[in-house]
Design a protein around this ligand. Structure first.
Ligand SMILES: Cc1cc2nc3c(=O)[nH]c(=O)nc-3n(C[C@H](O)[C@H](O)[C@H](O)COP(=O)(O)OP(=O)(O)OC[C@H]3O[C@@H](n4cnc5c(N)ncnc54)[C@H](O)[C@@H]3O)c2cc1C
Length: 404
């Protein structure tokens, strides 16, 4: 049997899982090559703690290229520029064109700061927690705020999809301000494009709205739903409903769009740069191209007054990576089986750090209709999210991609 060339773009949750599963099962039948600009694996969910000094970036990342080497996976530190699916070629910045028999795209996202002027953290007004350098800067801003307190605004803009992380940042802001003894000098306001608290881009979970409203009242946080941002000035945020929110510090979650390399590969993606796949995470036209995790197009199964998107969290990312790997293996081994699981039908599994408490979200499906879904506070402590962090760092450090 001819040795197949499989290229995986991206080396984090989706890319690392797909590459390890492919190599583990195909062994000498395939040369698996990961291309990524980053040699480190980063446990992104813990980045909500970086802006408060509870985690340093060095605590939540480690070099993954040696793990790939141990597993017999080739690693090229480079960036894809574009993909030509007709020629089966990836154009890279430094290694020219590389050809593949199968391609797995797991290039994550980039943020769209263009929807509102001055949203970009480089403008020095609004903080961001998605990239390490911005999270570290948000920590500096937080320390300044503690010394000289004033109003804080946290929100998600129209079109955002990662509301959960913004909620976590909000509740941690409240907790840390209390711990530092200045909460009584800070008014805290949350705004969101969701029609109600706890929609999360998944149509909500029974009891979730009531619980989040109770938290907001308990922690004295004002909230605004159906919000979209009109204008940002140095010390004021203007919403389209006419409300003006003064701030000393503000953090906003912007919309996500596909990685630049995918935007440069128009035959593969939708208008936002997300790869258009079937339920087996296979491209709808180019059958040897797969996409997993944040790179996949997932259409929102709802329409609200203010548009916003669907969260693409770690659990469905790994599920999609394993499905894509299984389907590539089946194709190479000449089997007719084709595994399918629509993104919305993957179970909802998440732990949200709500500051003083953590909330466990679990449902049989991400999107409604569901047979069951629960959102329950962990009344004992907030060790669940930390335990999951330790588990994932252990799992990826040891290349144990077969584990859930
Ligand atoms: C602040 C924050 C908090 C979160 N909290 C949670 C949580 O609590 N629970 C949860 O389940 N999920 C959470 N998520 C979501 C979770 O991080 C994602 O589901 C996960 O990272 C998706 O993995 P991925 O591999 O698709 O993308 P990423 O993890 O973003 O990886 C993308 C990879 O692609 C590489 N890449 C980018 N461009 C190129 C290119 N041109 N060529 C080659 N490689 C490229 C990058 O270097 C990186 O290796 C959170 C996300 C954020 C931003």
């Amino acid at each position: 049997m001819k040795t197949r060339q499989i290229i995986v773009l991206g080396s984090n949750f989706g890319g690392a899982t797909a590459a390890m599963e492919l190599k583990r099962k195909l062994k000498e039948k395939a040369i698996v090559t990961v291309i990524s600009p980053t040699t480190d694996f980063t446990y992104i969910p813990s980045m909500i703690w970086v802006p408060f000094g509870r985690r340093k970036m060095t605590d939540i990342k480690f070099p993954i290229s040696p793990i790939f080497a141990k597993k017999g996976i080739d690693f090229i530190q480079d960036k894809a520029v574009s993909v030509d699916p007709k020629l089966n070629e990836v154009l890279t910045e430094q290694h020219g064109k590389l050809t593949y028999d199968y391609l797995v795209i797991s290039t994550g996202i980039q943020m769209n700061f263009n929807i509102v002027e001055n949203l970009h953290p480089e403008k020095g007004m609004i903080e961001n927690i998605v990239l390490p350098k911005y999270g570290e800067r948000a920590l500096e801003r937080f320390e300044e705020l503690v010394k000289d307190p004033g109003p804080v605004v946290v929100g998600a803009t129209q079109g955002a999809s990662c509301m959960g992380a913004a909620y976590e940042y909000l509740f941690n802001m409240d907790k840390e301000l209390r711990r530092r003894g200045v909460r009584n000098k800070v008014s805290l306001t949350w705004f969101t494009p969701e029609p109600y608290l706890g929609h999360f881009g998944i149509g909500g979970i029974t009891g979730g709205q009531t619980m989040l409203e109770a938290f907001m009242k308990m922690y004295n946080i004002n909230w605004i739903t159906d919000a979209s941002v009109d204008k940002i000035e140095k010390d004021k945020i203007y919403l389209k409903n006419g409300q003006v929110l003064p701030y000393k510090m503000a953090m906003m979650m912007p919309p996500f769009i596909g990685a630049e390399a995918m935007k440069q590969s128009p035959e593969l993606v939708d208008e936002k740069g997300f790869v258009v796949c079937n339920e087996g995470y296979q491209h709808i036209t180019y059958k040897n191209v797969y996409a997993v995790g944040l790179a996949v197009e997932v259409k929102a199964p709802f329409k609200c007054v203010v548009p916003f998107g669907v969260p693409k969290t770690g659990f469905p990312t790994e599920v999609s990576a394993k499905i894509a790997a299984k389907n590539i293996i089946a194709a190479i081994e000449g089997k007719s089986e084709f595994k399918k699981r629509d993104w919305g039908k993957i179970p909802a599994v998440c732990v949200m750090d709500a500051g003083h408490k953590e909330v466990i979200i679990f449902g049989d499906r991400l999107f409604r209709p569901r047979n069951f879904a629960v959102m329950i506070p962990n009344i004992f402590n907030d060790w669940g999210k930390m335990l999951i962090e330790k588990y994932f760092l252990f799992k990826f450090k040891h290349g144990l991609s077969m584990l859930p």
